[in-house]
Design a protein around this ligand. Structure first.
Ligand SMILES: Cc1ncc(COP(=O)(O)O)c(C=O)c1O
Length: 453
């Protein structure tokens, strides 16, 4: 169907018509297109608060915050206003050789809000575009830091089941076979450590993972430039939560062996765990922290790496240097002012409206409602840190978490699984009745797919 100037007829603007046009020209991420149209994709027309509305006028609760990004709700009036104001002021100016107010102000706000302890703080902000590119920045920075601090250390320690994004560096430190195994020949060499969240390692999984990390660092710690983890929750693994003691062990071992500790808070950051950062919940401060997703309230792509002053200082030229210490990395849209304006507005709204408290309360509410599934043989396990929740569907033959999500849509809630785990990660300020609706839709979805209890 060619584009014309006349408004589309109702039939032309129906979900079915848009899906057909989509299928003709679009290649979607993480999508098997043989089955895409059969899966009846939602054609989203507009959004407000926690609600998505499709082109047929059907309202669906956004149960996954549009891939874990929406914080204060869709199209929040304050964020809209600030983004529009920025549009009329400055669209873009390169951060290579120039700077601007939104970039500076956002950096100040992020540093002010960064995790800190008596010994450690994060003082500098390096921007990138999305979570994966922030991880690339952190990896390159960590390697170069080692080279400029005495000796180049080529190894990264990563966790099994980790997910840090889809660019090749990020895939190299990932440990998700389904997503990553195809690209193995292309990847950096890394050292895989046992995951503290992996249920396959039994009830002592955290102690097992700590011992494994201890062994790896004893054997090759001198070559390790950084240990990278998703703190407290391995999200894309299917919400594998784990105890903060693992992070304390990782902190100690990184220090003992002169390696950096990187917390990838692309998913866990900006309130998702009920605190601003998982690092706060754990009481452990990393040397680098990557953030993305919710930083712009889910409006625009922006990510960043926060680093300690020590890391930054290793990149400053000194007398007698034989080569430049410059970090040769940057993206065309680094610190785009409109993205920064959205992020500033998001952080302000979160503070003014007490969104962190709301997120903490939402987490508790979700936990309370999900207690209703205790003893339900259709549910293998509920895993949750703050608002980040995974409901693993018990293995029941061919019908899976995916079918449960599809069924939940019929009950007004948009959900998406990871493997056999239904993910619930609503906007941080979701109200009481909407939270109940979400859990009800999940329960009805389970009934529809597996039959009632
Ligand atoms: C922990 C973590 N790191 C990095 C990424 C990649 O972010 P992006 O999809 O914005 O590249 C994700 C995405 O889910 C993530 O969960």
């Amino acid at each position: 169907m060619a584009q014309t100037d006349r408004p589309p007829s109702p039939a032309e603007s129906s979900s079915a018509a848009w899906t057909a046009r989509d299928e003709a020209v679009v290649w979607h991420p993480f999508t098997q297109h043989t089955t895409w149209a059969g899966d009846e994709p939602t054609v989203v027309a507009s959004a407000e608060g926690p609600w998505l509305t499709d082109v047929d006028g059907r309202r669906l609760l956004d149960g996954v915050s549009s891939l874990w990004t929406t914080t204060v709700g869709h199209c929040h009036p304050r964020v809209n206003e600030e983004v529009k104001r920025q549009l009329d002021t400055l669209d873009h100016a390169t951060f290579l050789g120039s700077t601007h107010r939104p970039g500076i102000e956002l950096s100040e706000m992020l540093v002010e809000r960064a995790p800190r302890s008596a010994e450690r703080s994060l003082e500098k902000v390096f921007y990138a575009g999305d979570g994966s590119s922030a991880v690339e920045v952190a990896l390159k920075m960590a390697y170069q830091f080692s080279a400029q601090s005495g000796r180049a250390r080529p190894d990264f320690v990563r966790l099994q089941h980790a997910y840090h994004g889809d660019t090749l560096g990020a895939v190299s430190v990932g440990g998700h076979d389904l997503f990553h195994s195809t690209y193995k020949p292309l990847l950096l060499t890394t050292v895989g450590a046992a995951s503290p969240g992996d249920r396959a390692n039994g009830p002592d999984r955290v102690a097992h993972a700590e011992a494994d990390l201890e062994r790896i660092m004893a054997e090759r710690g001198e070559d390790v430039c950084a240990i990278i983890v998703e703190p407290l929750m391995q999200g894309a693994a299917g919400m594998f939560d784990y105890d903060a003691s693992y992070l304390r062990t990782a902190r100690r071992l990184a220090d003992e062996h002169g390696a950096l500790l990187i917390f990838d808070e692309v998913a866990t950051g900006i309130g998702r765990t009920g605190s601003m950062w998982a690092a706060n919940r754990a009481g452990v401060v990393p040397d680098m922290l990557t953030l993305g997703k919710g930083v712009t309230a889910g409006y625009l792509p922006l990510s960043a790496v926060l680093t300690s002053q020590r890391v930054y200082d290793a990149f400053l030229a000194r007398p007698g240097d034989t080569g430049p210490r410059t970090f040769f990395h940057g993206h065309t849209y680094t610190a785009n002012p409109i993205c920064c304006a959205a992020a500033i507005a998001n952080l302000k709204v979160m503070e003014e409206e007490g969104v962190l408290d709301q997120a903490a309360a939402l987490g508790e509410r979700l936990g309370g409602l999900l207690d209703g599934f205790a003893g339900d043989d259709r549910v293998a396990e509920v895993r949750r840190v703050g608002t980040m929740t995974g409901v693993e569907v018990a293995d029941q033959g061919p019908r899976t978490g995916f079918d449960v999500c599809q069924a939940a849509r019929e009950h007004g809630v948009w959900l998406r699984p990871l493997g056999n785990t239904v993910i619930l990660m609503p906007p941080l300020n979701l109200g009481v009745s909407e939270t109940e609706l979400m859990i009800e839709a999940l329960a009805k979805g389970l009934d529809d797919v597996f039959g009632g209890r």
